[in-house]
Design a protein around this ligand. Sequence first.
Ligand code: ATP
Length: 364
Amino acid sequence: MKSNNVFRIALFPGDGIGDEITEPTRLLLDDVAARVGGFGFDWQPCEAGAAHYRAHGVALPENSLKTAREADAILLAAMGLPDVRAPDGREIAPQLELRFDLGLYAGVRPVKPLPGVRAILADPRAHDIDYVIIRESTEGLFAPQAPGTRDGDREARETMVITRETSEKLFDFCFRLAGARDGPRKVTSVDKANVFPAFGFWREIFYERAQGFADITADHAYVDAFAMTMVQKPWTIDVAVTENMFGDILSDLGAALMGGMGYAPSADIGDDNAVFQPCHGSAPDIAGKGLANPTAMILSAAMMLEWLGVKHGSSEAEVAASALRRAVDAAFEGGQLVTCELGGDAGTAAVFAAVKETLARVDV
Ligand code: ATP
């Protein structure tokens, strides 16, 4: 951190709707810092993404990576475009490179529908949904140290990597999180230990680490059954930890249960660094139309404030995180603000204006 409680934030607008949701989020962060007082931001814009790769042949320039490494936190909108591909056919995804390079093993994806947003599940208990999926974000089926192989048109293989070092840190993170939440204090391992020995290893480590957290319940579920639980009785879930690929899929299901991708925030946290970005991609189908919902990015920014507050002992940043969350809740309260993805007419500007207005009124 710079002197005077100024946080250096590496800001990656990225591709597609990235620019459209980054600017309102940045303005709200400046607003909340001014309201709370005692801290501020030094914004450090960084270039990266598929459009950058198309223009310059590099997805994550070295100077952007350096800025990210040295920043207090990284705020990233979205990266990747379906028509921009690496020579091997993969989409350009520098956000994955950042996770690998900075060791951001804990992908934190809260599933908590906003009170004023139309519930997707009909059951009245849907209002009580409040859980967190932790997606391991550096290994599993995405592991860079085990790239897949392809033998012409005969076969292709992928490898899943589970390491003790990362798993121990990941599970400890989850048990600590469950202990800090106002929930049933439970961590569920979501795996497929009945089929893959790698998940048997994962589960062994999970229960070993659970022994260090006697006040937290540890249990497990197979990923297929857990997908059903997310729809049939999601109010029973507290913290659920899973492998990278499973987490990718389940967190989109969680986003859908909140109303759509535009409501789902996330954080990728390591020992020293963290990236905060919405769960969604660059949504090229709606880019440039003013339809993108910035809520997921605003809530990701609130997660960033909270993380900075805890890490640097800044009660001001923690107060600001709470104020920004309460402003978002208040903006949607009453159900008048209905975003385009839910059939309403509130686009980026309307959501921004509503949150700006409620932010000016929340207690700090
Ligand atoms: P990725 O694989 O990079 O995560 P994706 O293929 O899952 O991306 P997204 O870009 O997340 O795709 O888009 C999925 C759908 O959700 C699209 O129809 C898109 O328009 C919609 N969507 C994504 N983000 C938003 C948003 N912020 N507001 C409204 N709709 C969104």
